[in-house]
Design a protein around this ligand. Structure first.
Ligand SMILES: [Zn+2]
Length: 263
């Protein structure tokens, strides 16, 4: 048997396997996404305690197996518990791990994406009191901003980021200053289109210069740009409308949680 591996891991999902065991999908920092059999995890007294709940971050020990089979996890020690009270925060957490699960492949490590996800899950936990005061249709602006930043960066890190600064047709820089005209955004082309490249393109929507400017800042890895933004309801609504369509297009299916994230 190959020696066991220690790794930091985010719990993406769990599924019952037998009366006493579970299959757990982890996104690990050094080895990417893996599916593990957790023997005894469904017993009342089990070696994992509550570490294997979705959205938790833990340190795991597992035995690697060759091929497309389940790994065997034998230890999981909790590092960051995803403890929230509000439904909005729970939805947000599920949304994050669902996207991460969808856009990653098994055994494809992405340290930066791991760290980014750990940060956004922490942000959701610390924004929980704000979330509690918000209704389901109306997540707080700070949470919406954190999630949009996460989604834009996630797609960037997996190579699916839309072109937000230059026309996807001819690479001409687009104008986003105040008073500029609305800018065409091609869902299928994957980014903004200049007036010359726009004709004849299908599935095109338009963005206000404010919304495009905000998207550019939200996509920045530098938190000085996106953390200071204050987005109006109107701009958030416009961004969510377009961005949800883009995400659904990338995922080739609608995501139920996205309906809740209208704004
Ligand atoms: Zn062009």
């Amino acid at each position: 048997m190959a020696p066991p591996i220690n790794d930091d891991a985010i719990v993406l999902r769990t599924a019952d396997f037998s009366e006493t065991s579970m299959v757990v999908t982890f996104f690990t920092r050094e080895n990417g996404k893996i599916s593990c059999l957790a023997k005894g995890a469904r017993r009342l007294k089990n070696p994992f305690d509550t570490a294997l709940d979705a959205m938790n971050v833990c340190k795991i020990l597992y035995y690697p197996k060759n091929g497309d089979v389940l790994q065997l996890v034998t230890e999981a020690k909790l590092t960051d518990r995803f403890r929230v009270d509000s439904t909005v925060a729970i939805y947000a957490g599920f949304h994050v791990v669902q996207l991460l699960n969808y856009f990653t492949e098994n055994f494809d490590p992405q340290n930066e994406l791991f760290d980014l996800t750990k940060i956004v899950l922490n942000d959701i936990v610390s924004l929980d009191s704000l979330c509690k005061a918000a209704s389901l249709e109306n997540p707080p602006e700070k949470l919406s901003r954190c999630l949009l930043h996460y989604e834009l960066r996630l797609l960037g890190l997996v190579g699916l980021a839309p072109s937000l600064h230059e026309c996807v047709g001819c690479s001409k820089k687009v104008e986003v200053s105040r008073g500029a005209k609305r800018i065409a955004f091609g869902m299928m082309d994957g980014g903004v289109l200049c007036a010359n490249c726009r004709p004849g393109k299908r599935n095109v929507v338009s963005l206000s210069p404010e919304a495009l400017g905000a998207l550019q800042l939200l996509a920045s890895p530098d938190e000085r740009f996106w953390k200071r933004l204050q987005l109006s309801q109107k701009t958030l609504g416009e961004i969510r409308g377009v961005w949800n369509q883009y995400l659904a297009h990338q995922m080739e299916r609608p995501v139920p949680i996205l309906r809740w994230l209208k704004r």
